[in-house]
Write a protein that binds this ligand. Structure first.
Ligand SMILES: Cc1ncc(COP(=O)(O)O)c(C=O)c1O
Length: 326
């Protein structure tokens, strides 16, 4: 029997509430909620939660307003509105040369990951994840009744150790949940590291669930989607979203794409989680994805400059020669 759940907010415990069984005995309030509340309380700069201080482009906001005024206010088709589906497919083709068989629009990458884990894992299956990881991963693996096996990325390079990856895989492993560019370390998996990932996935017949929400925020090097490696397109479900690339994190427009069979499995679960919505924002997301590439370049340049300024400031404050000054 699983343990009794801890209430998310201990103060909300009610002695008359019946004890409930939970798949999440070790999971409380998400760290992002905790850190954002602390930052607000102390008037601190909030680096804990990944949202920008400024909104995305006006033209995209205007597109959302036009969709709201234009009667796009009812349920979306389950697979997503056609304009956004076409824009995502064009994006995958133009940036990476990928031609996924199918795709599904979701409520952010978070829903895509949750639905994928619920769809692809049987109870007792194992999911290998790079640690540290975005905290929804552990919760969703637990929702699916699966077991989490971790491969730790260690400082200072946080590189992926192929031997550790191989050691984490067992006959019960079903999914390799990858995240590159990686939150929170900033690791961008190299072609060599991805080659090792592909080898392991193919040898053990794993599904690669690839969270690429930071695909356009790469300050050095390039983002290589795992699906572009030989033998990987047919076993990779690629997940991304509008939030980080276009500074609309609150819109929660995401998608996953890949082999028809995998996308169909995710769609089956998704229809009973939330069905389909955010219709006007899906229309606006299509406009965002069709913006000229210079938009993404200038966002990346401006974030890189902020990163450099922050690193220089931290180095100066803590006298860390490795970071530059003093
Ligand atoms: C690695 C990673 N994946 C997914 C998400 C969430 O994406 P979305 O807002 O599209 O659900 C985040 C948000 O911080 C993240 O860091």
């Amino acid at each position: 029997m699983s343990a009794v759940a801890r209430p998310l907010d201990e103060s909300a415990a009610n002695p008359r509430t019946p004890a409930i069984e939970s798949r999440l005995p070790d999971v409380g309030t998400t760290i992002f909620t905790v850190m954002s509340a602390l930052a607000q309380q102390h008037g601190a700069v909030n680096l804990g939660q990944g949202f920008p201080d400024t909104d995305g482009p006006d033209s995209v906001i205007e597109a959302a307003v036009a969709a709201l005024r234009g009667g796009e206010n009812q349920y979306a088709p389950l697979p997503g509105v056609p304009a956004l589906r076409e824009a995502v497919l064009a994006h995958q083709r133009d940036y990476y040369g990928l031609e996924p068989e199918d795709l599904l629009v979701t409520f952010g990458a978070t829903e895509a990951i949750a639905a994928a884990l619920l769809a692809l894992c049987e109870a007792g299956d194992e999911v290998v994840v790079l640690e540290p990881y975005y905290d929804s991963y552990a919760a969703c693996i637990a929702f699916a009744g699966a077991q989490r096996r971790t491969v730790t990325l260690r400082p200072p390079e946080f590189a992926l150790d192929p031997d550790a990856l191989r050691a984490a895989v067992t006959p019960r492993t079903r999914v390799l949940l990858l995240n590159s560019p990686h939150n929170p370390t900033g690791l961008v998996l190299s072609r060599g590291e991805l080659g090792a990932v592909a080898e392991v996935c193919i040898e053990h017949d794993l599904i690669c669930l690839s969270d690429e929400v930071y695909e356009h925020l790469v300050y050095e090097g390039v983002h290589i989607p795992p699906a572009t490696l030989p033998g990987m397109a047919e076993r990779t479900l690629t997940v991304s979203s509008l939030g980080k690339s276009f500074s609309f994190t609150g819109w929660k427009i995401g998608w996953c794409s890949g082999p028809a069979e995998l996308v169909a499995a995710v769609r089956t679960i998704k229809q009973f989680l939330t069905f389909a919505g955010g219709t006007p924002l899906q229309h606006a997301a299509a406009v965002a994805l069709r913006l000229p590439g210079t938009y993404l370049e200038s966002l990346r340049d401006s974030l890189r400059a902020k990163r450099d300024q922050l690193c220089a400031g931290l180095a100066a404050a803590f006298w860390l020669p490795a970071l530059g000054t003093p």
